[in-house]
Design a protein around this ligand. Structure first.
Ligand SMILES: *Cc1c(COP(=O)(O)O)cnc(C)c1O
Length: 230
């Protein structure tokens, strides 16, 4: 069943790429597995998926310990500074860098571990009150500051669009994030690469791919609905 879900998502990504004149290889599918048991992750792994997204540090660390070593883990949830030490060096990419102080802590910890930490800068494009992230207005100046930290590499931008009935409503936000990445690229800031645009979830990943997403974070369409009160 999970294999079929993945096939369906991959097919949709391919079709969206075709429509937009993009190569399907440009889009990385991240299976968002928060709250899901390791058996389900293993099943998804067995279909060939190697990139998993998690939101909670403890759950992420527990899963890293028991699942195959060649998984690329993506931290996509809001990250507290006191938890940074548990994941730096273990995850492939932190998508949710939403403050300079968090970036500073990640860089410090990466320095202690003698690694470079790859991060994305989260932008709250739609200015939702309950969401984290920089604004379209202050993102560039914050990125210029973060870029000076010694053990961080800025690889791109991330956003979570609003939960809407019609995904077309989010197209403008995806377009704005893409435009921001183009603007930042044009500035040629040292240590800043705009290779990754992490945008699109179950509800709106097709539109996000049409607008230039290079990573889509899909949970429900692969694993089914989540139950938070188990
Ligand atoms: C949970 C989550 C997702 C996946 O959401 P679905 O709607 O289940 O696909 C993607 N991105 C972030 C940041 C999330 O927290």
């Amino acid at each position: 069943m999970l294999a079929e879900n993945i096939q369906e998502v991959k097919k949709n990504i391919e079709e969206a790429c075709k429509k937009a004149g993009r190569a399907p290889e440009e889009v990385q599918l991240i299976a968002v597995s928060k709250t899901k048991p390791v058996e389900m992750l293993q099943e998804v792994y067995d279909t060939g998926i190697r990139d998993f997204g998690e939101n909670y540090v403890q759950e992420l660390v527990d899963k890293i310990e028991v699942l195959p070593q060649d998984i690329n883990w993506h931290m996509i949830g809001h990250l507290q500074r006191n938890k940074v030490k548990y994941i730096v060096g273990k995850v492939k990419l932190i998508h949710s860098v939403d403050s300079f102080r968090l970036a500073e802590e990640i860089s410090k910890e990466a320095g202690r571990k003698n690694v470079q930490a790859d991060i994305l800068v989260e932008v709250n494009v739609a200015l939702e009150e309950n969401k984290f992230g920089f604004t379209l207005e202050n993102a560039i100046e914050e990125i210029e500051k973060i870029a000076k930290l010694s053990n961080i590499r800025i690889k791109g931008l991330m956003t979570s669009a609003p939960f809407v009935a019609n995904p077309e409503e989010n197209r403008k936000y995806f377009r704005q994030l893409k435009q921001l990445s183009v603007d930042i690229n044009a500035k040629n800031i040292d240590n800043v690469y705009m290779d990754i645009l992490s945008m699109g979830m179950t509800n709106d990943y097709i539109v996000a791919v049409e607008e230039g997403a290079t990573m889509v974070r899909v949970g429900t369409a692969i694993f089914g609905a989540r139950n938070y009160n188990k």
